[in-house]
Write a protein that binds this ligand. Structure first.
Ligand code: ADP
Ligand code: MG
Length: 705
C-alpha cells in the first residue's frame, strides 16, 4: 500500500500564508501589511523591505534559489522570469542572498514580446510587474528547482494594464463599492467589504505520453486535426463518475499533494463524460486567489501528468465527436462577515434584499449577454459553444422552479407571497433516510445557472484563464447595483421604491430566463424571438468589448480604458488568426509528410497484391481488392487536392488584411478548407491497414491510458 498522506500537515506548506507572516514578521509590520491587504491601503516601502527579507529567508529555507514575479499577460498562460537571490560577490569572493523590498514590490521584465495590442510600441518596451499582496506568494518545486513565485500585476510604462490581473482587481473593487452601497440601503452598517467568491471546476483529458508524441497535431495545436471516430465513444455513459483506474489514481494522488502544498484546496475529483476525461474542483475562494489558483491547477496538471508518463490536454475539444472540456465558474458575492448576497434563505419571496440582488443580476446578464459570451470565447471553445454540445452560444439564465415562480408572481401580481419549498424525497426504501430535496433541480444545458446560493457560469473554456469571465461578471453586476442604488438612495419611501424596482426589473429582464432544454432547436428560435444574441464564434464575439455600451461601463467603473479595450480586441483577433494559421500549417505538414505517403504505401501494396493474386490464380475474383484500391485512390486524390487548396489559401493570408479582417479570413475561408482536408483523411483511416497508419487512433488515445 502507498504511504499515508497527512493533508493537514502538508496543506499550504509552500505558501507564504497569513499564518507564516504572523509568525515571521514583527507585530507592527504584520499589522500594517494586513491593513494593506484587507483595506487596500498603500504599502509603505519600509514595510515592504521587512516583508521581502522575511519572505526570502522563508523561501530559502524551503530550498528556493530564485524568485520570480509570476504574472498573467494576455497570452492566457502565466509568465515568469527567474532571478536568483544571489548578489554581486564581495571582495573576499563570497556572496549573500538578497531580496529587497523594491524587488518584491516592482519588477521590470522586458515586456516588448508580450502581446499588447498596440498599447505599447515595441520601442517603449518597459513594462512593470507590481506585487498583488492579496494573493499569497508561494514556493514552487519542479525540475528547475524551487522558485519563490510572487503573484503580480503587469502594467505598461504609462500605467495601462497589459495583463488579466489588473482589470480583475479593479473589477473586484467596483463590485465591492457598489455592493456596500446596496447593503447600507438595507441597514447593514457592519460589513466592511464585499468580495466575489469563485470556485472553478476544471475538466481535462489525460493521454499516454508516448502516443501523444506520435501525434504532431496534439503537440503543435493541443487538439487532434485528424481522426476517425472509434467504434465506441461515450454513449454507454460508463466513464462518467466511473471507478478511477490505478494509473489515473496515482496521478490524482500526486496532483492533490502538489496542489495542497501550494495552498490550493483540491477537493473533488472524478471521471468525466468522455473516456480519458476527468475533472478537478477546489473549494471556492476570493476571486483573484481563485484565478491564480486555477492557473496553478492548470500548470500542475501538465507537470504531474508528464511525470506519470502522460500528457494532460486542456484544449476545449481535443477530439472531434467526443465530449469536450469546459470550466464551470461558480460565482457568488460575500461580505467579510460571511453574508452571501446570493443566499435566498428558505423563503426567497420575503427576502427583499435577495430579490433586489437577483433582479439586478438578471438585468446585468440581459444587458451584457454579449460581453459574457465574449468572456467565454477562445479559439478552442468555438468547437463547443453552439456546436454539438453544451452549452449553447446563447446566454440565458436558469433560475429553477422556486425562483422562477417567485419572479412569475412578481411580474403577474406585483408581489410575491409564497415560495415553493423542497419536498421530502421518498426513496421507497425503509432503511434509507428520507431527506428534503433541493427546491431546484439542475439544468445541465444552461450557460448561467442559479445553483442554490451561487451562479454557475458554465461556458468558460477549459484552457482559458477565468480572469476574463470574472472581470465581466464583477463589472456588470457592479453596474446594475450602482444603477439600482442611484434610484433607491433618492427614494422617499424606500420600501415602496425597492418593491417597484424589483417588479420593474423582473418584468423587463425576464426574457433572459430560460429553464428548458438549451440544446433544442426550439430554443434557438425562441431566443431569436426574444431578441437574445446568438453569437456563434470567437471572431464575432470580440466586437462586444468595444461597443459604446461596454466602453461606457468599463470606464465608469475604472476597470478598462477605451485604449485597453481596443488593445485587447486587437490581441484577440491576432491570437485567433495565429492559432488557426498554426492549425492549418500543422494539417498541411501532417497530411503531406505522414498521411499521403502512408496511403501511397498502402495502395502500392494493394496494387502489388492484386497483381500477385492475378499471377498466381488468373481466375480469382479480385473485384474487392480493386474496389478498395479505387476507393482509396479516389480519397487520396481528394486529399491531395484539398491539401493543395489549403496551402494556396494559407499563402493567400498574406493579402487578406489584418486584425479583424484577417481573423474573418481564417474563420470563413481557412477553416472550411481545413474541414475539406480532414474529411477524406478520416475516411482513409478507416480503410488503410492500421499498421501503416502513421499515428495512434482516437481509440488508442482515449481508451488506452
Ligand atoms: P455543485 O454540486 O452545485 O456543482 P459543488 O458544491 O460541487 O456544487 O461546488 C462546485 C464548485 O462551486 C466548487 O468549486 C465549490 O467550492 C464552488 N462553490 C460552492 N459554493 C460557492 C459559493 N457560494 N460561491 C462560489 N463558489 C462556490
Ligand atoms: Mg457544478
Amino acid at each position: 500500500m502507498s504511504e499515508k498522506i497527512n493533508v493537514a500537515e502538508i496543506f499550504g506548506e509552500n505558501v507564504f500564508s497569513d499564518a507564516v507572516m504572523e509568525q515571521r514578521l514583527p507585530k507592527k509590520v504584520y499589522k500594517e501589511l494586513k491593513k494593506t491587504i484587507e483595506e487596500g491601503k498603500e504599502l509603505d516601502p519600509m514595510i515592504a523591505e521587512v516583508v521581502a527579507n522575511a519572505m526570502k529567508d522563508w523561501a530559502i529555507e524551503k530550498g528556493a534559489t530564485h524568485y520570480t514575479h509570476w504574472f498573467q499577460p494576455l497570452t492566457g498562460v502565466t509568465a515568469e522570469k527567474h532571478d536568483s537571490f544571489i548578489s554581486a560577490p564581495k571582495a573576499d569572493g563570497t556572496t549573500l542572498m538578497e531580496f529587497s523590498g523594491k524587488e518584491l514590490i516592482k519588477g521590470e521584465p522586458d515586456a516588448s514580446s508580450f502581446p499588447s495590442g498596440g498599447l505599447r510600441a515595441t520601442f517603449e518596451a518597459r513594462g512593470y510587474t507590481a506585487w498583488d499582496c492579496t494573493s499569497p506568494a508561494f514556493v514552487r518545486e519542479d525540475e528547475a528547482g524551487a522558485i519563490l513565485c510572487i503573484p503580480t500585476a503587469f502594467c505598461s510604462y504609462t500605467g495601462e494594464a497589459l495583463d488579466k490581473k489588473t482589470p480583475l482587481l479593479r473589477s473586484m473593487e467596483a463590485v465591492n463599492t457598489q455592493a456596500l452601497r446596496l447593503l447600507r440601503l438595507f441597514g447593514n452598517t457592519t460589513s466592511k467589504k464585499v468580495m466575489p467568491s469563485v470556485g472553478p471546476e476544471q475538466e481535462y483529458f489525460l493521454v499516454d505520453k508516448q502516443k501523444y508524441l506520435k501525434r504532431k497535431d496534439l503537440i503543435f495545436t493541443g487538439r487532434t486535426l485528424f481522426g476517425a471516430m472509434p467504434p465506441k465513444g461515450q454513449e454507454l455513459d460508463d466513464h462518467y463518475f466511473g471507478t478511477i483506474r490505478p494509473r489515473i489514481g496515482a496521478f490524482m494522488k500526486d496532483l492533490n499533494v502538489e496542489l495542497w502544498k501550494l495552498g490550493v484546496t483540491a477537493k473533488t475529483q472524478h471521471n468525466e463524460v468522455a473516456p480519458a476525461q476527468h475533472e478537478i474542483a477546489p473549494i471556492y475562494d476570493q476571486c483573484n486567489v481563485a484565478v491564480d489558483h486555477n492557473q496553478i491547477v492548470m500548470e500542475t496538471l501538465k507537470r504531474v501528468a508528464s511525470r506519470h508518463g502522460m500528457a494532460c490536454l486542456l484544449h476545449e475539444k481535443p477530439f472531434a465527436g467526443v465530449n469536450g472540456s469546459g470550466k464551470h465558474n461558480n460565482w457568488s458575492i460575500t461580505t467579510d462577515d460571511g453574508i452571501n448576497l446570493l443566499d435566498p434563505g428558505k423563503t426567497p419571496h420575503q427576502n427583499i434584499q435577495f430579490l433586489l440582488v437577483l433582479t439586478c443580476i438578471m438585468k446585468a446578464v440581459d444587458t451584457h449577454a454579449d460581453l459574457l459570451r465574449e468572456s467565454a470565447a477562445d479559439v478552442g471553445n468555438d468547437h463547443r459553444l453552439g456546436a454539438n454540445e453544451a452549452p449553447p452560444a446563447i446566454i440565458s439564465m436558469f433560475l429553477g422552479e422556486q425562483l422562477e415562480d417567485v419572479i412569475e408572481q412578481l411580474v403577474s401580481t406585483g408581489a410575491a407571497t409564497s415560495s415553493i419549498s423542497g419536498e421530502v424525497l421518498k426513496t421507497g426504501v425503509s432503511t434509507l433516510p428520507d431527506f428534503v430535496k433541493d427546491a431546484t433541480d439542475r439544468n445541465r444545458t444552461s450557460p448561467f445557472a442559479f445553483t442554490g446560493n451561487k451562479f454557475e457560469f458554465r461556458m468558460v473554456g477549459s484552457s482559458d484563464s477565468i480572469a476574463g469571465p470574472n472581470i465581466i461578471l464583477n463589472t456588470i453586476v457592479a453596474e446594475a447595483f450602482s444603477e439600482a442604488c442611484d434610484i433607491l438612495e433618492k427614494a422617499e419611501d424606500f420600501d415602496v421604491a425597492v418593491h417597484d424596482l424589483i417588479k420593474e426589473y423582473a418584468t423587463k429582464y425576464r426574457r433572459i430566463i430560460f429553464n428548458g432544454n438549451g440544446y433544442s432547436e426550439e430554443w434557438v428560435a425562441e431566443a431569436e424571438r426574444r431578441g437574445l444574441p446568438n453569437i456563434r464564434s470567437m471572431v464575432e464575439a470580440i466586437p462586444s468589448i468595444t461597443t459604446d455600451k461596454a466602453v461606457k461601463m468599463f470606464e465608469k467603473f475604472g476597470v478598462y480604458t477605451r485604449a485597453e479595450l481596443e488593445s485587447r480586441s486587437e490581441v484577440m483577433y491576432e491570437a485567433y488568426s495565429k492559432a488557426i494559421n498554426i492549425e492549418a500549417k500543422a494539417m498541411i505538414d501532417i497530411a503531406g509528410k505522414q498521411i499521403i505517403p502512408s496511403v501511397v504505401k498502402y495502395t502500392t501494396a494493394l496494387a502489388k497484391s492484386i497483381n500477385l493474386v492475378k499471377d498466381a490464380c488468373g481466375d480469382a475474383d479480385i473485384s474487392t481488392q480493386k474496389e478498395l484500391l479505387l476507393e482509396s485512390s479516389d480519397l487520396l486524390a481528394e486529399t491531395k487536392l484539398a491539401l493543395s487548396k489549403l496551402q494556396e489559401l494559407v499563402d493567400g493570408a498574406a493579402n487578406a488584411g489584418e486584425g479583424q479582417k484577417l481573423a474573418h479570413y481564417y474563420l470563413e475561408v481557412i477553416k472550411p478548407a481545413m474541414d475539406a482536408l480532414r474529411a477524406p483523411v478520416d475516411k482513409l483511416e478507416m480503410i488503410v491497414d492500421k499498421d501503416m497508419w502513421p499515428m495512434p487512433s482516437y481509440g488508442d488515445l482515449i481508451f488506452e491510458v
